[in-house]
Design a protein around this ligand. Structure first.
Ligand code: C2E
Ligand code: MG
Ligand code: MG
Ligand code: MG
Length: 287
């Protein structure tokens, strides 16, 4: 019986593997059409300057699949990357995010994530300059987020790209800091304006002395280099309070605001987010 169970398991395992592959293949085919069918959309998560003022939003990509429902970017972006679709999708994201931002008060910024393919395409700076021009948004309202994986090859081209974006007035954030290779030479050689500490170090800040030491050190190092720090994934008033006490510049996370659709984001800024944020500020003060 044991043997049969074993075989049964293997059969089930293979079958589910097959289903997964079919699903992936299915997603791949549908993703090619998703843009045209308006199935891709953006949500916007508030970025907060400590202690409690909204300074902008990060655009986060979603796919409203007609059968499967909403698919998160962690599932379909790797497929889009592998299929060479991320350049086109990424361009759409930048344009859509900039267009939405023109409908917010002009003091608010918009942050857009860049995929490695987009960054390495060679046409990024031209694309971004064109979009900014076409949409009519001030360059200093746009922030681009890249991860360390993009920079693995510290070529002159990479540095040029970042310098050109900087000269245009666009801010560059190093996203998910601490989770990949975290080579400190990146901080020395690339012109970052903002460093985003990954959620991995924020989630246990209340209890884990090691996370506390790491986060404290990152903040000190960044400030020494003239770089601002954002903490990702802030979920509790205690985490927010700790980060503010340690001089973290910006906070982002479900405690301060979950990602909202475009319309809800416009409502949020129109209603003046001050009230929401004042409440959060009081909670931080109390904890
Ligand atoms: P990211 O850039 O680090 O974005 C932050 C992620 O953390 C988002 O996940 C956000 O919803 C989530 N998050 C924010 N606050 C909290 C919190 O308090 N708790 C928890 N548990 N999670 C929180 P999301 O939207 O699923 O995006 C995942 C990743 O996909 C992003 O990580 C980014 O790397 C990538 N991504 C999203 N949109 C785009 C895009 O337009 N282009 C590219 N190339 N990548 C994108
Ligand atoms: Mg990001
Ligand atoms: Mg991030
Ligand atoms: Mg992250």
């Amino acid at each position: 019986a044991a043997k049969q169970d074993g075989r049964g398991c293997a059969r089930i395992f293979n079958r589910s593997m097959l289903l997964l592959l079919e699903q992936r293949e299915n997603l791949r085919r549908n993703l090619r059409m998703a843009l045209e069918r308006n199935e891709l959309y953006l949500e916007y998560q508030p970025l907060i300057r400590a202690p409690a003022s909204v300074v902008g939003f990060e655009a986060l990509l979603r796919w409203r699949h007609p059968e499967v429902g909403t698919i998160p970017p962690s599932v379909f972006i790797p497929i889009a990357e592998a299929d060479g679709l991320m350049d086109e999708i990424g361009r759409w994201v930048i344009e859509e995010a900039c267009r939405q931002a023109t409908r917010w008060p002009s003091s608010l910024t918009v942050a857009v994530n860049l995929s490695p393919a987009q960054f390495l395409s060679g046409s990024l700076t031209d694309t971004v300059a064109q979009i900014i021009d076409a949409v009519g948004i001030r360059a200093d309202r746009l922030e681009l987020e890249i991860t360390e994986t993009v920079l693995l090859e510290q070529t002159v081209d990479n540095i040029d790209t970042l310098n050109t974006l900087n000269v245009l007035g666009i801010r560059i954030a190093l996203d998910d800091f601490g989770t990949y290779y975290s080579s400190l030479s990146y901080l020395k050689n690339f012109p970052f304006d903002i460093l985003k500490i990954d959620r991995y170090f924020v989630k246990d800040l209340e209890t884990d002395r090691k996370s506390q030491t790491i986060v404290r050190s990152i903040i000190g190092m960044a400030h020494g280099l003239g770089i601002s720090v954002t903490a990702e994934g802030v979920e509790t008033p205690e985490q927010a309070q700790w980060l503010i006490r340690e001089d973290c510049d910006y906070l982002q996370g479900d405690f301060l605001g979950r990602p909202l659709g475009a319309e809800a984001t416009r409502d949020f800024v129109r209603r003046s987010p001050k009230e929401v944020i004042r409440q959060r500020g009081e909670e931080i003060g109390r904890s």
